[in-house]
Design a protein around this ligand. Sequence first.
Ligand SMILES: Cc1cc2nc3c(=O)[nH]c(=O)nc-3n(C[C@H](O)[C@H](O)[C@H](O)COP(=O)(O)OP(=O)(O)OC[C@H]3O[C@@H](n4cnc5c(N)ncnc54)[C@H](O)[C@@H]3O)c2cc1C
Length: 578
Amino acid sequence: MPDVIDHDIVIIGSGLAGLRAAISAASVTNGKKLNIGVFSKVQVMRSHSVSAEGGTAAVLFDDDGDNKESHVYDTIKGSDFLGDQDVAERLVDNIPFEIYQLDRWGMPWSRRDDGRIDQRKFGGYSYPRATYAQDKVGFYEMQTLYDTSLKYDNIHFYNEWFCTSILHDDNNFQGLTAIEMKNGNFVKIKAPAGIICTGGAGRIFSFSTYAYSSTPDGLDMCLRAGLALKDMEFVQFHPTGILPSGILITEGARGEGGYLINNQNERFMLKYAPEKLELAPRDVVSRSMIQEIQAGRGFEHESGLECLKLDLTHLGDEKIKEKLAGIREIGIKFSGVDIVDEPIEIRPVCHYMMGGIHTDIDGKTEMNGLWAAGEAACNSTHGANRLGANSTSECLVWGRITGEVAAKYALSKKESSSGNISITLNNQQILDEEKRIFDNIFRGRGQVNPYEVRKELTDTMDAKAYVYRDEKSLMEGLKKTRELKESAWKHVDDNSKEYNTNFTNVMEIDAMLRTAEIVLMGAINRKESRGAHARIDFPKRDDVNFLKHTLAYYKQDGPVLDWYPVTFTRYAPVERKY
Ligand SMILES: Cc1cc2nc3c(=O)[nH]c(=O)nc-3n(C[C@H](O)[C@H](O)[C@H](O)COP(=O)(O)OP(=O)(O)OC[C@H]3O[C@@H](n4cnc5c(N)ncnc54)[C@H](O)[C@@H]3O)c2cc1C
């Protein structure tokens, strides 16, 4: 492999967003094929998207009264009015096409008796809208997209390549640096266009539903390239993570009729969301659960953590085996509980990052030639709180959009240079990156164990930036994160070149520390409660002062925060009731 590779478009990430972007870019040819490279630090089918369980939200039929305006409004209300309304409209307009497109590519959607695609109820929606495939929607969507992508001979997969930085000149994207993990080589990749699809960063918390690979590498690459992260203080805690692992029990379980109980055997959601009950949005349900626990009505799990229970026993053996087979298996293997027979212990768990790389409605970042899609991006679909099943939708819609726009951009660059795009990389940038990763990290002299730093960081995030927050806890979290960041932890014990996951782990921890700092600073700065950001010391939403997005840049001396306006089309903010 040469130490410089050329592509027309590079995509980092092979989850739902990355695969959809690759297919979309590969289909825009204009008579000329674009040469597309998809880089992933794990094998394609190990991207976190494979673990999506419950469904993908779309309005497919109007016979029950469902309509697109309702999906738009549910999304905006769910976002606590921080979502950009034009973006929500675009999501809702575009997702039905994606559902049928996947169907044509072979997606085994669960179906109704009459043969039409089935949809189940999900939190915060007015109609059953989660299009599903048993309880493994992500796995089947990924299979379908991966399979489809293999038809294109102009998509090249680089599996187990760890990207480390964005190369750019004068605010124009030029390519990437990466480590080919099988031999440890440091490679430069040149391309006029790039799409970041590196997924969510939920591993900055210990109790988390995410894959171990879900670290903020892509977010941090953007920060280091001078780009902004947006709304990072909004972290979603899903009500039903099992103990002690944090593995997810899909909201589809409640969509199918499961309910939550406290130690008095009460269906406590009756008190907090009399209409929607367990199918209120996740921020509402998670807060209700913590209030129950704080009032002494929780159960004590053997790990010492307090929890509540999800009861599915009344659904019966047949329905559970047909529609919720995956979570039944998870319960048996990881909690020792068969959900057919008994309620399962659960607790709110870090599950989604509403924030991410600041983009416009087309997924374009602040750098020419660079887009971002999927969970890594923040085009502001979800504002302060995402509705379940809207994320896979977002990945599909903006995977397609960014793939197409980036392809057109790359084609226009090709045409204006008569087919020979010449990119002169900035050598200083490459030398600086080599110094950062090889001198400071690989050959670092730190004495502190980086894995202990990671554990302390993620435990700190669990303790200080969970469902409820206040100034004191957030400040303590920030202080601890900064101490960890400043401590002498950078070193790699394993000296081998091949598959050195010790080295890549330490690079991940470096990114986690910077990103966690931004989550905490954003949370301290936002002195209100909105969506998933619930401040005990500022319990009310404050539209006068905080109906705006947070932007965070990383400057020499640390993060700098700014604000950015929310786009409104038709819907004025009102109080959220469920
Ligand atoms: C357990 C679970 C269940 C979920 N269920 C649902 C659901 O039912 N419905 C729904 O709508 N949403 C669901 N979500 C959310 C949704 O699945 C994710 O937001 C979405 O799949 C993210 O896809 P993505 O393409 O953005 O990134 P991911 O699938 O996370 O992929 C990230 C990619 O980036 C690559 N990458 C990262 N860093 C680097 C690097 N340094 N170098 C090279 N490659 C890199 C990785 O290798 C990977 O390929 C769920 C999430 C979880 C965790």
